[in-house]
Design a binder for this molecule. Structure first.
Ligand code: ATP
Ligand code: MG
Length: 416
């Protein structure tokens, strides 16, 4: 048995004021009902680092049903992990019951490749610690006495700014390959180093990521690129060979044409800036960028076969999307936006007449325009179009109408 290091309330920097009110309510209600209740995971980690947590997760010895009985605004979700979601308006506080150990399991919880299939054996805090991924994610803030409980040496990893897997890294990556992406995401977000023992297996294991269901990989991809540290994340993913598993066509395109990487980095910088400014980001935009060069290359190939432009683009999109969606699926609503952005690129070359007017009134004009200007910034030959639409948007409504009027009179009205 491992001894826990208990850091008392005076010895760590977490105060209740930094904890979300709703999370506190849940913690107190569990505690007052006689259950153990802890803030865990990223919430504790981020507070210790002086960052604002993205969400507050709670761990307890109450079973999901017991949690549900305590909160009217509670729903149980998940098959593999049964979790309680306590709703406060739009905010959700996730409450997880301690999980028991599974590694020494004889009940077929792991499949032949070491993957976790089920993880629903309830346990104690002491057992729950070891199924968490990285040490820095395995700290528990105890609402009973405001201490932090550290079983794994997480505090020293936080001091040393290190991401280190709990247990044998290779085994734990095989159990759940998404942990490789999580290692990269946290390293980028926190500006931490991945410990040598935890990074080494990634180079060899990167390819097993392709076995993860496409819907989950899509969710993870969004987290990776919408963390506010997309550029760094992108570079780390490429470094570890993870990017080529997620976006094989993109990786191939970058290798063929290093200029394309310039564009992608511009897009990701732009995404990071938008997140810093609390502006909305649409996942379709980053995905549209990731697949742009492959789509373009396929379009050009088809155009060389004398196919009309729109048809060539549509076919190219099909060719590129179908293998990609098998890796990272995407809701239809998003792939539609992505297609709009791509189709509008050519149409933005119209600067007058009805065509230009219809581009401007298109629901995706703004996204397509931003995309165009990023292409321009990355050295593509579309500077004039970007300039035109930039100036156009600064005009008043009347002036805009005038600007779109066809520049030349029709030459002759005699022939139809
Ligand atoms: P953030 O919310 O900032 O993305 P987080 O560390 O809170 O980071 P979550 O995905 O919210 O991450 O998960 C909460 C906690 O659950 C983690 O800190 C970790 O302890 C545990 N956890 C989540 N995913 C896994 C996983 N795939 N394997 C093991 N433990 C995990
Ligand atoms: Mg979290």
């Amino acid at each position: 048995m491992t001894e826990a290091n208990i850091i008392s309330r005076g010895e760590h920097g977490i105060s209740r004021e930094q904890i979300d009110d709703n999370a506190l309510k849940v913690l107190y209600r569990l505690h007052n009902a006689g259950f153990q209740a802890y803030l865990v995971g990223g919430g504790v980690r981020d507070l210790l680092l002086g960052l604002e947590p993205k969400d507050f997760d709670i761990a307890t010895d109450a079973t999901p049903d017991e949690v549900r009985r305590l909160f009217r605004n509670c729903r149980l979700i998940g098959r593999r992990f049964r979790l309680a979601h306590v709703h406060f308006g739009r905010e959700i506080i996730e409450v997880a019951t301690f999980r028991g150990a599974h590694s020494s399991d004889k009940n077929g919880v792991l499949d032949d490749s070491g993957r976790i299939l089920r993880d629903n054996v309830y346990g104690t805090l002491e057992e729950d610690v070891w199924r968490r991924d990285f040490k820095v994610n395995a700290l528990y803030y105890n609402i009973a006495d405001f201490s932090v409980i550290d079983y794994t040496g997480a505090m020293s990893d936080i001091d040393q700014r290190t991401i280190r897997m709990i247990g044998d890294a290779e085994t734990r990556y095989r159990e759940d390959p998404v942990r490789m992406l999580r290692a990269v995401r946290f390293a980028a977000k926190l500006d931490f180093k991945i410990h040598k023992d935890s990074e080494q297996p990634i180079y060899q294991l990167a390819s097993i990521l392709s076995e993860i269901p496409a819907a989950r990989l899509f969710d993870e991809a969004i987290k990776l690129f919408h963390s506010g540290n997309a550029v760094k994340t992108f570079e780390l993913l490429r470094h570890y060979g993870l990017y080529e598993v997620l976006f094989p066509q993109t990786e191939a395109a970058i290798r063929e044409d290093p200029e394309y990487e310039v564009f992608l980095i511009k897009v990701l910088q732009n995404t990071d800036l938008r997140i810093m400014d609390a502006k909305p980001v649409n996942p379709a935009f980053v995905f549209a960028a990731m697949l742009w060069q492959p789509v373009l290359a396929n379009t050009q190939r088809l155009l060389a076969d004398t196919m009309p432009y729109n048809l060539a683009l549509q076919k190219a999109i099909d060719r590129v999307l179908s293998p990609q969606l098998r890796i990272t699926s995407m809701p239809k609503r998003l792939s539609m936006i992505m297609k709009d952005i791509w189709f509008l690129q050519e149409r933005l070359k119209n600067h007058s007449g009805k065509r230009a007017a219809s581009v401007f009134s298109h629901q995706r004009f703004r996204a397509a325009y931003d995309f165009l200007c990023l292409r321009s910034a990355a050295g593509e030959n579309v500077e004039k179009d970007c300039q035109f639409w930039t100036q156009f948007q600064e005009l008043g409504e009347k002036e805009q109408e005038k600007a779109l009027r066809p520049k030349r009179r029709p030459q002759s009205r005699t022939k139809k």
